[in-house]
Ligand binder design. Structure first.
Ligand code: GLC
Length: 734
C-alpha cells in the first residue's frame, strides 16, 4: 500500500481500532491452541478490542494461521491483517544446534546460511515475525538462557547477530524469509546470580561497552522489531525505561521500528513496584515508547481511559499504531495477508538441503574438550563399542526452545553410530535415566515425570545398570551420552548446581571400574562443571543440544570424517562458585601471579582456581597447529598483525585463529584481553599459512572516564592463538 493510503487508513481508525493494533494475544483468544510459553491468565479484554487485536502470539502452521486470518478479516471493518509472531530461535522444523553451539562454530557466514533456511521454513508456517535472534551476552552459566545466546563476547556476538538478522530477513522485500525481532533489550543476560527474571544493575560504561553492541549490530543489520527484557536497568524495569528505549534505542540509534514488550512485562511493572495498577503500568510503558503489549490486559483495558483523562496524548498512540501499520505494509500483508501460509509448496520442511546444512552446522558446533592418548578418532569396525546413557538413543537432542520441531525427525546418537559400526560391534544400553528426582525440575518435575517416566524404581535402575556393566565387560570402548534434562536449561531453567545430574555421575563411577577406554558426549544448554569428568574420561566432546542431525554429526566427529573445529564461545567454570567467570575480565590491583603481595593477599579463591576449567575460544582438533612469527606493524591508519600457523599433522583441519588486544594502561581499567578479530581458515595437512589481521584506531576505542568513546595512545599487547589462554604475545606502542 502507498504511504499516503496508509496514512489515510490510520486517520480513519477509531480509538478502539487503534488500541487494538497495540495488543498481542495468544491462540486461545482465537479459538485455537498455541504454545504455552508463559503464565496463562484471563485478561478481561472487551469484545471490541478482541475484534481489533493487531497480532497473534505463538500460533504457527499454515492451516491454523490461514483460518484465523481469514475469519478475522471477514469480520474486520478496515481489513487490517493480523501479524503472526512466534519463537523460532534456532529452527522451525529443521532444528539447528542451540545458539551456544552456533557460537562455537565461530562461522558467522555459515550461520547466515542456516538462518536463511530457518527464516524460509518459519515463513511457510504462516509466521510473519520471529522473536530472534536473542543476543543477550552471557557470563553466568547458572542462567538457563545461556542456551539461546552465542556467548560471552560482544565482538563475536555482534558478528553472529548481524548474520542471523540478515539470514532471517533474506529477500524479505520479495516475500521471502521472516521479520526478525531482536531480544531481549537489554542486558537480560546479566541477571544477578544467574537467577531467572532477577535484577540487572551495572555501570553505563559496562552496559555500553559489553552488553549493548550485539543489539546495535542486529538493529544496524535491519532487525524490524525489538523486544524489551524482563529485568531492570539502573533501578527502572526496561519496559518502562525511557533511558534505554527512548534515549538510546530511538534517539541515539535512530530505531523507528516496533518495540514489543516481553510476555506480560507491561503488567509486571506492578510486581516490580514502579506502578500501583494497570493504568500506571500502561502509562509508563507507552511513555517509554513500547508499541505492543504482549499478553497483558494493560494497553487493551487502560489506554483509552488514559487518553480521555489527558494522561497520555492520542498522538502517542498514533505513533505506535503507525509503526505497527508500517511493519504490516512492509511485509506485504495488505496485498497478501496469508503470506507463506498460502504457499502450496511441497517438501518445504526438513528437506534434504535443510538437513544437510543442519548437519554441517552441527559438525562445526561440536567442541573437542579432551582427547587423552589421542583415543579419538575411532576406527570403524575395529573395536567393540558400547554406547550408553540417557542421551544414547534419545531424540531430545533438539533442546527446549525448538518449539515447532518434531523429536521423531531427530537422528539419535545411536542411529548416527550405525553409519560406521557394524551391528555385532555396537552395543546399546540406556543404563540410567536423565534424572532420578523430579524436584530437580522444580514445578515442571511432576509433569515431566508423568510424560517421560523420569524416575526409575530400584528394580529398573538395577536391571539397566547390570545390563550396562555386562555389555561394558565385552566392549573395548564405552561412549557415555550424558547431560542435563532439556527443562534444566532455557527460560526459567536457572540452576545453582551445574554439574551432570547426580544419578548419572554415580552411574559413571560404577562403569569406570571396568577400566575401559571411555568417551563422554556432553549434552547441555550451558557450560557444565566437568571438573570430575576431565579426570575420569579419556575424551570429552561438548555437543550442546546439536539439533535434528545431531546423531550424524557426533558420529562423523567420533570416527574422524569430521576433524572437530568447534571453539567455546563461553567459559566453562572449574566450580560453580566462580560464576560469573569470563575471559575479558579486569586485572584488579592484586592480580594473581603478577602482584607484589604474597600469594595470600591477591585476587583469588582459597578453594578453587581463578581461571575456568576451559577458557573462552578453547577447543581441540585431531591436528596439531603451531603458531609462530607474531609481529605487529603500526602504520598511520592501521595496525597490521602477522602470524604464521602450521598444520603439523597429516590431517586437514579448520583452525580458528583468534586476535586479542590488551590496552595496558588507560584512564579507566581495561580488560586483560579483548577479542578484536578472528579467522577460521582451512589448513591442509602439513601446510603453513601466513595470516594477517588489520585493525584501526576505531577498534581500540572505549568509554573513557568522561564517557566519551575514544582511543588513548600508549602501550598495547597483541595476543594471537587458538584460544584466549594459549597465545603468543607482542607489545606495541601507539
Ligand atoms: C517468553 C520469553 C521470550 C519469548 C516470549 C514469547 O517469556 O522471555 O524470549 O519470545 O515469551 O514467547
Amino acid at each position: 500500500m502507498e504511504e499516503q493510503q496508509l496514512k489515510q487508513l490510520l486517520s480513519s481508525l477509531s480509538l478502539i481500532e487503534k488500541v487494538g493494533q497495540l495488543v498481542q494475544l495468544s491462540g486461545e483468544f482465537f479459538k485455537t491452541d498455541s504454545l504455552v510459553v508463559g503464565p496463562l491468565q484471563k485478561l478481561g479484554i472487551s469484545e471490541e478490542i478482541l475484534g481489533n487485536v493487531g497480532s497473534v502470539l505463538n500460533v504457527a502452521g499454515s492451516k491454523k494461521t490461514h483460518e484465523i486470518q481469514k475469519e478475522y478479516l471477514e469480520k474486520s471493518k478496515h481489513k487490517i491483517p493480523l501479524l503472526f509472531m512466534g519463537d523460532v530461535i534456532y529452527g522451525y522444523r529443521t532444528i539447528f544446534p542451540i545458539p551456544l553451539g552456533l557460537g562455537a562454530t565461530w562461522n558467522p557466514d555459515l550461520i547466515f546460511e542456516a538462518y536463511k533456511v530457518i527464516g524460509e521454513e518459519a515463513r511457510l508456517s504462516g509466521l510473519n515475525v520471529t522473536f530472534a535472534p536473542m543476543v543477550d551476552l552471557v557470563r553466568d552459566a547458572r542462567w538457563g538462557r545461556c542456551l539461546e545466546s552465542t556467548g560471552e563476547d560482544q565482538y563475536l556476538n555482534s558478528e553472529f547477530a548481524k548474520k542471523m538478522v540478515a539470514g532471517l530477513q533474506y529477500n524479505l522485500e520479495n516475500q521471502h524469509g521472516i521479520a526478525s525481532c531482536v531480544k531481549h533489550f537489554a542486558a537480560y543476560g546479566a541477571v544477578e546470580a544467574g537467577r531467572e527474571y532477577n535484577t540487572v544493575d551495572m555501570s553505563e560504561r559496562r552496559l555500553r561497552e559489553t552488553y549493548l553492541p550485539a543489539y546495535h549490530s542486529a538493529i544496524t543489520a535491519g532487525s524490524k522489531m525489538v523486544m524489551t527484557s524482563f529485568n531492570t536497568y539502573d533501578g527502572v524495569p526496561v519496559t518502562a525505561n525511557k533511558y534505554l528505549l527512548k534515549q538510546i534505542l530511538r534517539n541515539e540509534w535512530r530505531f523507528d521500528g516496533v518495540i514489543i514488550s516481553d510476555y506480560a512485562a507491561v503488567s509486571e511493572l506492578i510486581d516490580h513496584g514502579v506502578a500501583s495498577n494497570d493504568a500506571e503500568a500502561t502509562s509508563l510503558a507507552i511513555n517509554a515508547s513500547v508499541d505492543i503489549d504482549m499478553k497483558s490486559p494493560c494497553y487493551a483495558n487502560e489506554l483509552i481511559q488514559l487518553i480521555e483523562q489527558g494522561k497520555i496524548r492520542e498522538s502517542q498512540i498514533n505513533e505506535a499504531v503507525w509503526r505497527v501499520l508500517k511493519l504490516k505494509n512492509e511485509l506485504g500483508l495488505f496485498e497478501n495477508p496469508y503470506q507463506g501460509a498460502s504457499c502450496e509448496a511441497t517438501n518445504i520442511f526438513n528437506n534434504e538441503n535443510a538437513r544437510s546444512l543442519a548437519l554441517k552446522v552441527a559438525r562445526e558446533s561440536i567442541v573437542l574438550l579432551q582427547n587423552k592418548n589421542q583415543i579419538l578418532p575411532l576406527v570403524p569396525n575395529k573395536q567393540k563399542i558400547l554406547i550408553v546413557g540417557p542421551y544414547a538413543d534419545n531424540p531430545s537432542l533438539i533442546g527446549l526452545w525448538a518449539v515447532y520441531g518434531k523429536k521423531e525427525e531427530t537422528v539419535t546418537i545411536l542411529k548416527g553410530l550405525t553409519k560406521y559400526q557394524k551391528p555385532d560391534l555396537l552395543f546399546y544400553e540406556s543404563g540410567c535415566s536423565i534424572l532420578n528426582k523430579t524436584d530437580e525440575l522444580g514445578e515442571f518435575g511432576s509433569a515431566a515425570n508423568f510424560q517421560e517416566k523420569l524416575v526409575w524404581d530400584n528394580q529398573k535402575r538395577n536391571a539397566h545398570l547390570e545390563k550396562a556393566l555386562s555389555l561394558g565387560e565385552i566392549a573395548d570402548v564405552i561412549i557415555f551420552a550424558l547431560g542435563e534434562h532439556t527443562m534444566q536449561s532455557g527460560e526459567a531453567g536457572s540452576r545453582t548446581e551445574i554439574s551432570l545430574p547426580k544419578n548419572q555421575k554415580q552411574f559413571v563411577k560404577k562403569l569406570m571400574a571396568l577400566k575401559k577406554q571411555t568417551i563422554l558426549l556432553c549434552v547441555s544448554g550451558r557450560p557444565l562443571v566437568l571438573t570430575d569428568e576431565v579426570k575420569q574420561f579419556d575424551a570429552i566432546l561438548q555437543l550442546w543440544f546439536p539439533g535434528t542431525e545431531g546423531g550424524n554429526a557426533v558420529a562423523d566427529v567420533l570416527f574422524g570424517q569430521t576433524n572437530p573445529s568447534g571453539r567455546l564461545s563461553m567459559s566453562f567454570p572449574y566450580h560453580v562458585g566462580q560464576s560469573p567467570v569470563y575471559y575479558n575480565h579486569f586485572k584488579t590491583g592484586r592480580p594473581l601471579g603478577k602482584s607484589n603481595h604474597s600469594n595470600r593477599f591477591v585476587s583469588k579463591f582459597i578453594d578453587s582456581p581463578v581461571s575456568p576449567l576451559f577458557p573462552f575460544g578453547y577447543g581441540l582438533s585431531y591436528s596439531q597447529v603451531k603458531y609462530s612469527k607474531l609481529s605487529v606493524d603500526v602504520l598511520e591508519q592501521q595496525i597490521l598483525i602477522h602470524v604464521s600457523v602450521e598444520n603439523q599433522s597429516s590431517r586437514d583441519c579448520y583452525e580458528t585463529i583468534q586476535c586479542y588486544i590488551q590496552d595496558v594502561s588507560a584512564s579507566v581499567v581495561r580488560p586483560v584481553l579483548e577479542l578484536k578479530r578472528f579467522k577460521k581458515i582451512f589448513l591442509p595437512a602439513n601446510k603453513k599459512e601466513d595470516v594477517l589481521f588489520s585493525l584501526t584506531l576505531e577498534d581500540l576505542k572505549f568509554y573513557r572516564q568522561d564517557m566519551t568513546f575514544d582511543f588513548e595512545s600508549g602501550q598495547f599487547i597483541a595476543f594471537i592463538g587458538p584460544n584466549s589462554r594459549d597465545t603468543l604475545e607482542v607489545s606495541f606502542e601507539i
